[in-house]
Design a protein around this ligand. Structure first.
Ligand code: SF4
Length: 362
């Protein structure tokens, strides 16, 4: 075979998503070349020495202008290293980790981190301490130890694969994990947390979906934070997953200057339903070191939920939660619709502050 033919063969074999990833922006020189004059090279260098950068060309192409919602999520900011507030591991995931990469906090479910790579390194990430840090990458042996732990713990019925991003594994690597878990009799459901339908939708291929559907009941929770992230490519990716019978949920993080706005959040939730993704959680940002500039007040999250409830379909209303600092689990925060309770009479108010009385059984 001639050299040119071999090259063509390789191009056919390497999937598009891997090609896109190979062209990711990972250093200050590449970024400055693309964003000419709009970023400070020294600042970028300083930040990425501590917290790596990885922006694939697809996600970068979503930026419409400097400092917009996409920019803020992917372009390093000097405040990440200048503001010292917060903790490297705000949820104490390492403390509840009996095996490297596995967190067992709740009685019936475990979190298994199967990759430390992501299609894009979000600047607000709670696992900033882990993503992209090569010396701590998950080995096959680490993953096997995690699977062995699950086998021995019969109380576990639900396994959540996360990372990094599990869908950055190749199909056969991911299938090895899914198959091993599915063979464990006491595991009822498997969930995958992934941001690729948003940040690298090209990763969702018919071949991947054909593989995933063998391991039902399988759920996917994805992560969109802003309506501008929902494009034709994401719609195609979510359609493929939904057509494979995979229920899709979305977990957003409330982020200063990105989505801390009722109108933006309403548009995001409504658009998610149009691509067959059910809004699931909105998280208050964790106390993660290097992300303080993204944090909002809890009252702003309550106002956002209040602006959704009653004003749009209940399908659009996610749970607003705070992941308890130090690892106490998710705490739901809701607007208060109960005015008072006297005997078996409960006074309630609706979304327009109109009052109603409900009589409980005596
Ligand atoms: S995709 Fe998820 S794990 Fe990866 S950097 Fe973004 S928030 Fe963190």
């Amino acid at each position: 075979m001639r050299k040119q033919e071999i090259k063509q063969q390789i191009e056919i074999i390497v999937p598009l998503w891997e090609e896109i990833l190979k062209k990711s922006i990972v250093n200050d020189e590449q970024l400055c070349k693309i964003l000419k004059g709009k970023v400070n090279a020294q600042d970028i260098k300083k930040v990425i020495e501590k917290y790596p950068m990885n922006i694939n060309p697809y996600y970068l192409s979503l930026i419409k202008k400097q400092d917009d919602a996409i920019w803020k999520q992917c372009i390093p900011d000097i405040r990440e290293v200048e503001d010292d507030f917060g903790f490297d591991d705000p949820l104490h995931e390492e403390e509840d980790s009996p095996v490297y990469g596995l967190t067992h906090r709740y009685p019936d479910r475990v979190l298994l981190l199967v990759s430390n790579k992501c299609a894009m390194y979000c600047r607000f990430c709670t696992r900033k301490r882990k993503v992209g840090v090569c010396y701590k990458s998950m080995s096959k042996e680490d993953i096997q130890k995690g699977i062995e732990y699950i086998k021995q713990h019969k109380e576990v019925r639900d396994v959540i694969l996360s990372g990094g991003d599990p869908l950055l594994l190749k199909d056969d690597e991911l299938e090895f994990i899914l198959k091993s878990i599915r063979e464990i009799k006491h595991i009822e459901i498997i969930r995958i947390g992934t941001r690729v339908p948003c940040t690298l939708p090209q990763r969702i291929t018919p071949e991947l979906c054909a593989m995933l559907k063998k391991y039902h009941p399988l759920y996917i929770n994805t992560h969109f934070n802003h309506p501008d992230e929902i494009r034709a490519e994401s719609k195609r990716a979510c359609t493929l997953l939904a057509d494979a019978g995979i229920p899709l949920g979305n977990q957003s993080v409330l982020l200063r200057g990105i989505n801390d706005n009722p109108a933006v959040m309403k548009k995001l939730m409504q658009k998610l339903l149009t691509i067959r993704v059910k809004p699931y959680y909105v998280y208050q940002a964790d106390l993660t070191k290097g992300t303080n500039h993204f944090r909002t007040k809890v009252s702003e999250g309550i106002d956002i939920i209040r602006s959704l409830r009653g004003y749009t379909s209940g399908m659009c209303v996610p749970h607003f939660v705070i992941d308890a600092p130090g690892g106490g689990g998710k705490i739901p925060i809701t607007p208060n619709y109960v005015v008072n309770k006297e005997g078996n009479s409960i006074k309630l108010k609706n979304y327009e502050d109109k009052e109603f009385e409900y009589i409980e059984p005596g």
